[in-house]
Structure formats: structure tokens, C-alpha cells
Write a protein that binds this ligand. Structure first.
Ligand code: BES
Ligand code: ZN
Ligand code: ZN
Length: 506
């Protein structure tokens, strides 16, 4: 399977009439006087009439189409996108505006656009965000449709700025790479489970890794057995599709000391719940229970392509959670690779099991000194934070704060939840070291407390993306399907340039 197509992205500071694109996209804020006069010159008369009728208010994501009427302009259409309030034109807002504009242009079957950033909101960070957004909007998700496409491909996109300097060009390239990585994760997470089994997932990871210059190792069921990874093996044993542990490494030449960032992902290619089977309604959605793993694979690719200065290892625990004659059962006791024993009270709490062994592997076998895991882990997290923010957990506080700040910059919304030691009470077993479910109260937290048992003493953070990995109710800036959440956060962690230990005040 090839990589997703992407538009030819460019940066321009040419005069607007000369821009050779079908559509000029301009942002109109609700508290601005009007459009930049250099833009409104494209359709002066129509805009005067629109101003009179007050149809155009500039509310965020509102779209308004006008034909270009001025003589001598290359573009045929002007697309005005509402920007909300000027003070709110953050990187995240312009990324979303770029997605909304890209999707609107494609929906009109137009293929080439120039996105004009307002002077004052055209920093390198804004350019990067728009590049990410335009690449995001260019992805075709209907890959199994056989008829004619309803939307056009986005073939070319320019970002128009006050000066096309080196810093902005580098930002464009970063945005392109991060946007493409996000799309890789979306494509993987959209795949149905009959197309993406653990073995296929590992093959896809291997080919994505190889052409980015990462090394990759795939542990099969006998290697998993040999390492006594009883949690991963236990979850995988009910399926005819054997589990895999996918290990990817970014090792910059000459770097032999310093931190090793460990990114760990849940890669359940389908979660039926196992013997504790899920209800039929919405079960199809559980094909995306490998979104955390997809985010890790995609982030590793971006990390390699962008040349991160530190060593990074990605570990994805891939398995299919099925009921059947060989499946693990409620009441079973599994032995983790770390040596801990787990009494399985519910086979549907499988994510924490496979992650337990993957965290151990990242730390003990792959040398990770700092850990972040990502998983569609609990329905309880969706109850706590809805579909707006991912749950953030971990220890110590400085590391959790590092992940929070990085997510913020990346435009992934995350919010911290506590891991007070009292919660560990809920994970006590009568016959083993731990149970795998802690009851209804604080379900997202007790799941994280379970993972903490396998993170050892290294700084560790956990992102629960159960609510944010998938969109059912589309928005102008958020199409249905897999979102690629956490890819840019994970990649960003390899580039913060901050020390890998607590500062003097932490
Ligand atoms: N993959 C699910 C979590 C999930 C639920 C993701 C909804 C996305 C949307 C996970 O494996 C699971 O089933 N968790 C159970 C845990 C429970 C049995 C303690 C849950 O959240 O219900
Ligand atoms: Zn489950
Ligand atoms: Zn699951």
C-alpha cells in the first residue's frame, strides 16, 4: 500500500492578482473592519453588496464563495473563511481554518488553492499549521469506493505570506511532514480489521519505517512467548491472527548517550471484547482500537524524516481481541514479562494488558529512559472528557507537564487527571498481584494506575485517546473517521530541546 497523495505545497509572497490558482482563500475575522483591501480588489462590487446585506459575519469556519470579477486576476474564485475573533487566530485556529477551506474547495470540485495568511498571523508557526491543515484536508478516506469520487483531489496549494523567507520555508516543510504523518495514522486507523490484522499492521509499519530510514524489528508469536510476554500472548491467543510486537528505532548517527524516548502504542486491530463480549451496536468502531499504535508508527516516521537529535524507540503491541475456544477467560491469571501476575476479571480490558508488556519491553529491552504511551483505552475517559480532549496521566509531574505543553503546541487537546495512590486499592486481587479492572468509579484513572505498575521508575505519561481518535459527528474542520490524534504530540516530544530531567524548580 502506497503513502497518501499530498498536494504540491509552496510558499508565496507574490502579488495576489498573479497567483495562478483556482481559488484564493482569505480569512475574515468577525471583529475586523473588512477584508484586506488587496484581497477585496478581486471582487469589489460583489463585496460591497455583501457588506450591505451583512451576510458575511466572519464567525469561525463560516464559508462564503464569490467569483473573482477583477480583470487580469488569475484566480477564478474567492473563498472567504470566517476566522472568529482576531485575538483567537492561534496556530490551532488557522490549522482548522485551512482544513475547512481545503475540504470546501475539494467539495466544489476545484483542485488548486492559495491560502492567504493575514499579515500579523503569518509567523512560521502559522505557516506550519496551515501546511498541516491543507495536507490533512487532501486525504481521501473513501479508498474502498469503486465509483467516481464526489470530491476533487487537492493538487496544488500555496500559502501566501508577507515574506517567503527561510524560516517560513522550513516551517512549510515541517508542516508537510507532520501533516503526511497524521494522514498515515488516519489511513491505518480507518482500515477495517479484515484488511489490517496484526501481521499486516506490522508489515505496513515495516514499509513505512524502511523508507524513512528507521530500523524495525517485528517479534512474532514465538518471540513473544520466548520473552514470556504473557499479557500480550494472553490477549492474542483467542484469534487465528497471531499477535505481533512492532519495534522501531530512530538512532541518529554518533548519538550514543543521552535520553532514549520510548513511544508505546496500543495496537488492537479489532476489539470484540473477547469472552466479555461487547454489544453489537457500534462494535464496528472497534476496528480503530489500534489508533494509539498507528500514532506511534506515524510519529516515528516524522521523527526520522525531520531528523530528531535524540534516540527514539517506538513499540506497538498488536493483537486481535477475539472470543473463541482458545481465548483467555474471565478469572484467568496471566503472567506479565515483568514477572507480575494479573487476574483477568474482564477480557474487554485488554488494552492495559498488552500495554503492560509493551511498556516493559520499551524500558527493559529497548532502553527507553522516558516513556509515553497512547491508547484508545477506556470508555470512562470519553465520559470524563467527551470527544474534545484526551486524558493525560503520568508521573513525575515535570514529565507530564512536558507532554501537556508539547500537546498544546501541537494542537492536540489533552487534560490531566490524577493518579493518587488511593486508586491502587481498586486494583487489588485476592489471588494475584493485580486485577485488570477496578470497577466503575474513576475507570480511566484505574486503567492508568494499572499501566503505572509496568512503567518502572522512568518518567512515564499516558494518553487515553478513546474519545478523540475518531469523529462520528463531522465539523467543517473535522471530517468523519480517524483523526490522527497524538501524532504531532509524540513527534514534538523529540524536538523540545529542553533538558531530560527536572529543572531546578520542579
Ligand atoms: N477499546 C476499549 C475502549 C474504548 C471504548 C475505546 C469506547 C473507544 C471507545 C477498551 O478495550 C475497553 O473495552 N475498555 C473497557 C474497560 C472496562 C471493561 C473496564 C471499557 O472502557 O468499557
Ligand atoms: Zn476492550
Ligand atoms: Zn480495546
Amino acid at each position: 500500500m502506497s503513502s497518501p497523495a499530498s498536494p504540491l505545497l509552496s510558499l508565496s509572497d507574490a502579488p495576489f492578482p498573479t497567483l495562478p490558482f483556482d481559488v484564493l482563500v482569505a480569512i475574515r475575522c468577525e471583529d475586523a473592519e473588512g477584508l484586506d483591501p488587496r484581497v477585496s480588489a478581486a471582487a469589489d462590487a460583489a463585496l460591497a453588496s455583501v457588506n450591505e446585506t451583512r451576510e458575511l459575519r466572519g464567525k469561525a469556519y463560516e464559508v462564503f464563495w464569490l467569483p473573482v470579477s477583477a480583470a487580469g486576476w488569475q484566480a477564478r474564485r474567492l473563498l472567504i473563511v470566517g476566522g472568529g475573533r482576531q485575538a483567537d487566530l492561534s496556530n490551532e485556529r488557522v490549522r482548522r481554518l485551512a482544513i475547512a477551506a481545503g475540504l470546501a474547495v475539494r467539495g466544489r470540485r476545484l483542485e488548486r488553492l492559495a491560502f492567504i495568511l493575514p499579515a500579523g498571523a503569518d509567523s512560521p508557526a502559522h505557516v506550519q499549521a496551515v501546511a498541516e491543515g491543507l495536507v490533512f484536508a487532501s486525504l481521501d478516506v473513501d479508498i474502498y469506493k469503486t465509483g467516481e469520487r464526489e470530491v476533487a483531489p487537492l493538487t496544488a496549494a500555496a500559502i501566501v505570506v508577507s515574506a517567503a523567507d527561510e524560516a517560513r520555508k522550513r516551517a512549510l516543510e515541517r508542516g508537510r511532514i507532520l501533516g503526511l504523518a497524521t494522514n498515515e495514522a488516519r489511513l491505518l486507523a480507518n482500515e477495517p480489521s479484515n484488511k489490517l490484522t496484526p501481521r499486516v499492521f506490522a508489515d505496513r509499519a515495516a514499509s513505512l519505517a524502511a523508507d524513512a530510514g528507521l530500523s524495525v524489528e517485528v517479534l512474532d508469536e514465538s518471540a513473544i512467548e520466548a520473552l514470556q510476554m504473557g499479557l500480550l500472548a494472553g490477549v492474542g491467543q483467542g484469534s487465528v491472527e497471531p499477535p505481533r510486537l512492532i519495534v522501531m528505532r530512530h538512532s541518529p548517527p554518533g548519538v550514543t548517550a543521552g535520553p532514549v524516548l520510548g513511544l508505546v502504542g496500543k495496537g488492537i486491530t479489532f476489539d470484540t471484547g473477547g469472552i466479555s463480549i461487547k454489544p453489537a451496536e457500534m462494535m464496528d468502531r472497534m476496528k480503530n482500537d489500534m489508533s494509539g499504535g498507528a500514532a506511534v508508527i506515524a510519529a516515528m516516521r516524522a521523527i526520522a524524516q525531520l531528523g530528531a537529535p535524540i534516540r527514539v524507540v517506538g513499540v506497538v503491541a498488536a493483537a486481535e481481541n477475539m472470543p473463541g475456544g482458545r481465548a483467555f477467560k474471565p478469572g484467568d491469571v496471566l503472567r506479565a514479562a515483568s514477572g507480575k501476575t494479573v487476574e483477568v476479571l474482564n477480557t474487554d480490558a485488554e488494552g492495559r494488558l498488552v500495554l503492560g508488556d509493551a511498556l516493559w519491553y520499551a524500558r527493559e529491552k529497548a532502553g527507553a529512559t522516558h516513556l509515553v504511551d497512547v491508547a484508545t483505552l477506556t470508555g470512562a475517559c470519553v465520559i470524563a472528557l467527551g470527544r474534545v480532549a484526551s486524558g493525560l496521566f503520568g508521573t513525575p509531574d515535570w514529565w507530564v507537564e512536558r507532554v501537556r505543553a508539547t500537546a498544546d503546541r501541537a494542537g492536540d487537546r489533552v487534560w490531566p487527571l490524577p493518579l493518587y495512590e488511593e486508586y491502587a486499592e481498586q486494583l487489588k486481587s485476592d489471588i494475584a498481584d493485580l486485577v485488570n479492572v477496578g470497577g466503575r468509579p474513576a475507570g480511566a484513572i484505574t486503567a492508568a494506575m494499572f499501566l503505572k505498575e509496568f512503567a518502572g521508575d522512568v518518567p512515564w505519561a499516558h494518553l487515553d485517546i478513546a474519545g478523540t481518535a475518531w469523529v462520528d459527528e463531522p465539523k467543517p474542520y473535522q471530517p468523519k473517521g480517524a483523526t490522527g490524534v497524538a501524532v504531532r504530540t509524540l513527534a514534538g516530544l523529540a524536538f523540545t530541546g529542553e533538558p531530560w530531567e527536572p529543572g531546578p524548580t520542579a
